[in-house]
Design a protein around this ligand. Structure first.
Ligand code: FAD
Length: 290
């Protein structure tokens, strides 16, 4: 199935994002998590490409394996990092041959040891250029792109970031999946500005359930998202109690998702970090499936 069809005619899209594990044990854990979560009939599972220093080699292979083992539609992420245009073209040809239907097109995080993204020699500088390349030369793919309710860290202003997002969607983005956020007001404000800018692609909130306070502080400081003070205080109270932290994180995500669902979102995208428990509990409480 194509991402374009997932959200067509007001259908609700439930999606999960995973990353390629580095070890066999990690892969076994990932597949057991996915197996559990298939009960919620996700619309698609997406697999990252080199995110936070992870491997870039396994994305296509894993995307195919998940489709075969779990019988679910998949999407392969692709970035502009460390590649020439010709290298990206080769990868897109391989994806085509492997029957991949959906690409999440990104500029990418800077590789490990590099503070800022640098345009590779003979490569691409921004995600909109990658989207245009895919749309022009590989029109059979459906394309999702990234959006930032709290504004991308490098953007000089929310307005400039939104104009850049609009350019990316106009280049061929079929749906926008957001960076994680914990204050729904940021999402609702972004959604209003998005609509005012005339962007009509489905806007899908990205949800990362908190399972560990130190981990989430690390992640949010890297991607520039805020954790509301009252939520952080609640989590801090359970710093020495791992299962208490998960309970707090799950309760928060249930409330957050309920409010988003009541506001008519077209789908939810869960960042699984390759684990099932928190997302399973949230979806069960919400009685949600794709
Ligand atoms: C849903 C989702 C999935 C992700 N998956 C991955 C992954 O698999 N691998 C990974 O490495 N990272 C991933 N990321 C992180 C992402 O790569 C980073 O956030 C990165 O810093 C920006 O990527 P982008 O595609 O949004 O870039 P862009 O859209 O190119 O934007 C990057 C910055 O440049 C500005 N900009 C954009 N276009 C232009 C232009 N034409 N001229 C001037 N300025 C411009 C934007 O305002 C922004 O500040 C993901 C993020 C999200 C939200």
């Amino acid at each position: 199935m194509k991402i374009t069809d997932v959200y067509a005619n007001g259908q609700f899209g439930l999606s999960f994002e995973i990353f390629p594990p580095k070890t066999e044990a990690g892969e076994a854990q990932l597949f057991s998590a996915l197996e559990a979560l298939m009960a919620f009939r996700p619309s698609f599972v997406s697999c990252t490409y080199g995110a936070a220093g992870s491997t870039r080699e396994q994305t296509l292979e894993l995307t195919v394996k998940i489709r075969q083992v779990c019988g679910v539609t998949t999407a392969a992420h692709r970035t502009c990092v460390g590649s020439t245009v010709e290298g990206i073209r080769q990868w897109l040809k391989e994806a085509t041959d492997l029957g991949v239907e959906n690409i999440v097109a990104l500029r990418g995080d800077p590789p490990k040891g590099q503070a800022e993204f640098e345009k590779p020699e003979g490569g691409l500088a921004y995600a909109n250029e990658l989207v245009a390349l895919i749309r022009q030369e590989f029109p059979h793919f459906s394309i999702a792109v990234a959006g930032y309710p709290e504004t991308h860290q490098e953007a000089p202003s929310p307005a400039v970031d939104l104009a850049n997002l609009k350019r990316k969607v106009e280049a061929g983005g079929d749906a926008v999946i957001t960076q994680l956020f914990y204050d729904n007001r940021d999402f609702f404000d972004f959604r209003d500005r998005y609509a005012e800018a005339g962007i009509t692609a489905p806007l899908i909130p990205g949800i990362l359930p908190v399972v560990n306070v130190s981990q989430i502080q690390r992640i949010t400081s890297m991607c520039g998202a805020k954790i509301p003070a009252s939520f952080l205080t609640e989590l801090e109270a359970y710093r020495d109690d791992p299962s208490g932290q998960i309970d707090v994180g799950v309760r928060y995500a249930i409330r957050q998702c309920r409010e988003l669902l009541d506001a008519g979102i077209p789908g939810l995208h869960f960042y699984l970090l390759n684990k099932a428990e928190a997302t399973f509990r949230i979806l069960e409480a919400l009685k949600l499936s794709g």
